[in-house]
Design a protein around this ligand. Structure first.
Ligand SMILES: Cc1ncc(COP(=O)(O)O)c(C=O)c1O
Length: 391
């Protein structure tokens, strides 16, 4: 028998956090499949490219870790120059903190006692835990528990970009919340505004995406000016993502970019289109599902050992990295049936091929481990420490 609190604490303490070093390097051709692999050369280059862009435009990067769920990768992003990380859930944040990542913003509000107590427990361990609020009730509750624990908690006001998901309406409503925090919540330190327009990130076509994004962020800009006109400084404007990273400098609202997917990339992002190009390929694919051809019941089809249990998707289908003239169809939980239209290479039983994932975030959440490789060799295995940590 155990208490709920003990159960949650045990989950945390049993979470693997560190790389597992292999006694000798293993070729990716010898990995058990399906395997979630990372091309480290590409990952490094994506991290560097984003950080250079951020530095060149006087912004900061607070990368979103909801995508990779790994303190090991977060450390790499911080080493490249990110100022901190974002987490989507309290349990992701707990894992990042356990993995020695200290500057964390939880980008979704919490309102219940159980979650607030967990936030307070993190804030006791680190001065750099922050969370968004989008309602007076949430602010009241956070302030009450912070006061009880003698904590000063950093908060950002989350603005609804029109999605109706989280956030308060920009403008007067946000101002009322801001004034309430400043006047009635002495334990909450107002840091700035968050506006994450998730409704823009995957709009197809650069111009279309940019024009809707500009329109939406205008409301954020007006809110910032409104705060300032009432004497409330707004030091940080946090938000944005991979799909808008190159629009932020012209719009001039976001000071701190929350991009996540740029590190791995996926088909859904590739297909949104780039500036004057069909594909958005400013960042290259570093994440793949390695899969093996295991059966060929019909000559024009061949079946791989990767189905919907290892390739999450909302809209797109997986595609092979280096093979043209084939079409992947989901063949159930464990299988992908590949149609051999006019394959650019022969595919035989036992062959291992890499698939580009349709949507990296939920795909990562299906695996326990990454197999990172450089030049075809895996030297260590990385636990996906925050996988399944949705609470
Ligand atoms: C609040 C928030 N910020 C940033 C991001 C990162 O977006 P992307 O992976 O598109 O870079 C997300 C992703 O869903 C998010 O929810």
């Amino acid at each position: 028998m155990t208490s709920m609190r003990q159960f949650i604490s045990d989950i945390k303490s049993n979470t693997p956090l560190h790389p597992i070093l292999l006694d000798e390097p293993v070729s990716i051709d010898a990995l058990p499949t399906p395997a979630l692999t990372i091309d480290l050369n590409v990952l490094d280059s994506n991290l560097k490219k984003m950080q250079n862009h951020i530095d060149d435009h006087g912004m900061t990067l607070r990368c979103h870790t909801k995508m990779h769920k790994s303190p090991i990768i977060a450390k790499k992003q911080l080493a490249h120059g990110a100022v901190g990380v974002c987490c989507a859930t309290v349990s992701e944040a707990e894992i990042m903190l356990l993995g020695e990542i200290e500057n964390i913003l939880i980008t979704s509000p919490v309102v219940t006692e159980d979650k607030i107590l967990r936030v307070m427990s993190m804030a006791k361990q680190s001065d750099d835990i922050a969370i968004v609020v989008d309602h007076i009730k949430g602010a009241q509750a956070l302030n009450k528990y912070a006061d009880a624990d003698d904590i000063n908690l950093k908060v950002y006001i989350d603005l609804d970009p029109g999605m109706g998901r989280t956030g308060i309406r920009p403008g007067e409503d946000a101002l009322v919340l801001g004034q309430y925090i400043l006047e009635s919540c002495p334990r909450l330190n107002f840091q700035g505004l968050q506006m994450y327009a998730g409704n823009c990130m995957h709009i197809n076509g650069f111009e279309k995406r940019q024009s809707k994004y500009q329109y939406i962020l205008q409301k954020g800009l007006e809110t910032k000016k409104l705060f300032e006109s009432k004497g409330i400084p707004v030091p940080v404007l946090t938000g944005g993502g991979t799909g808008t990273y190159d629009m932020e400098p012209d719009i001039g609202f976001i000071t701190e970019l929350q991009a996540g997917s740029y590190a791995f990339m996926d088909i859904e992002y590739r297909d949104i289109g780039g500036q004057e190009k069909e594909h958005f390929d400013d960042f290259k694919t570093s994440l793949f599902v390695l899969t093996t051809a295991i059966s060929q019941p019909q000559s024009t089809l061949i079946t791989f050992d990767a189905g919907i249990k290892c390739l999450a998707t909302d809209t797109a289908y997986p595609e092979f990295k280096d093979v043209e003239g084939v079409v992947y169809h989901f063949g159930g939980d464990e299988h992908g049936i590949v149609q051999l239209n006019n394959p650019s290479r022969t595919i035989n039983l036992g062959d291992r091929l890499s698939l580009i994932t349709p949507h990296c975030d939920p795909t990562v959440n299906l695996y326990d481990y990454y197999y990172p490789y450089r030049n075809g060799l895996v030297e260590e295995i990385w636990p996906i420490s925050a996988r399944g940590k949705s609470q």
